[in-house]
Ligand binder design. Structure first.
Ligand SMILES: Nc1ncnc2c1ncn2[C@@H]1O[C@H](COP(=O)(O)OP(=O)(O)O)[C@@H](O)[C@H]1O
Ligand SMILES: [Mg+2]
Length: 233
């Protein structure tokens, strides 16, 4: 079957720096796929390119078989792709509820807020709190919740666990798993294969802007040679 999203031989640069060198990957319907690599490997650039924030100079990106390589980000968002950046751009002066309202205003086919609160009960509890006063894990949940408002089919999720304490990581991953259980595909950028393995069955190892290994997360975890070469251990 046609994958939901497929990148083939994508080359991309930021300014004069060439960053992606022939990246190819695919995400199926309802699948959680990990994109694992150390800091500077090209994960964020890959996700930004898939979202349309970076324009590749070679290669193709397909969405349900359709060539979307030249589509701007807003068209991809309308088609069902959401991007949750690594840096949490929060409206610190808005409450949780107001932040969701801002997202709702931008997306007419939005998902009912009660459904979002069911997925993230802690956000329901904190709905009148200012976003700036949420804990790190709660801020990540809010960022994900805001992306869900648009009712995406695929979420490009950039290092959600970055900087969180292990116990918080577990709580967050369980919420992401609940999102995935609704059939939403996720491409999860991660430095930590073990965290990625808690969600994904399959993954890609990225290094210097290209995929070096792909396989089940068990295969990636067992590949010590690749881990030594391409991951921070
Ligand atoms: N705005 C930028 N200008 C120039 N180089 C950049 C820029 N952003 C990232 N890079 C470089 O691109 C490479 C990949 O970065 P990035 O995609 O952020 O990797 P990751 O998310 O895996 O840490 C790194 O070498 C980084 O220094
Ligand atoms: Mg990054």
């Amino acid at each position: 079957m046609e994958p939901l999203l497929a990148a083939h031989d994508v080359h991309a640069a930021i300014g004069a720096s060439r960053i992606l060198h022939g990246l190819s990957l695919a995400v199926g319907r309802g699948e959680v796929v990990a994109l694992v690599g150390r800091n500077g490997a090209g994960k964020t650039t890959a996700l930004r390119t898939l979202m349309g924030h970076v324009r590749p100079w070679q290669g193709t990106v397909r969405w349900q078989g359709q060539d979307i390589t030249r589509w701007p980000a807003h068209a991809r968002a309308r088609a069902g792709i959401a991007y949750v950046p690594q840096d949490r751009r929060m409206f610190a002066n808005l409450t949780v509820e107001e932040s969701l309202e801002v997202a709702e205003a931008a997306h007419p086919n939005r998902r009912p807020r009660e459904e979002i609160y069911e997925l993230f009960p802690v956000l329901a509890e904190r709905r009148r709190q200012l976003s700036g006063f949420l804990s790190g894990g709660e801020q990540r949940m809010l960022a994900l919740a805001r992306a869900l408002v648009a009712n995406p089919s695929l979420i490009l999720l950039d290092e959600p666990t970055d900087g969180l304490a292990p116990v918080v990581v577990e709580q967050l991953l369980s919420r992401i798993a609940a999102v995935a259980a609704q059939g939403i595909s996720i491409l999860l950028a991660e430095q930590n294969v073990r965290f990625a393995a808690m969600l994904a069955r399959r993954g890609y190892l990225i290094h210097k802007g290209a995929i070096r290994r792909e396989g089940t997360v068990e295969e990636l975890l067992a590949d010590e040679e690749a881990a030594g070469r391409y991951l921070a251990v």
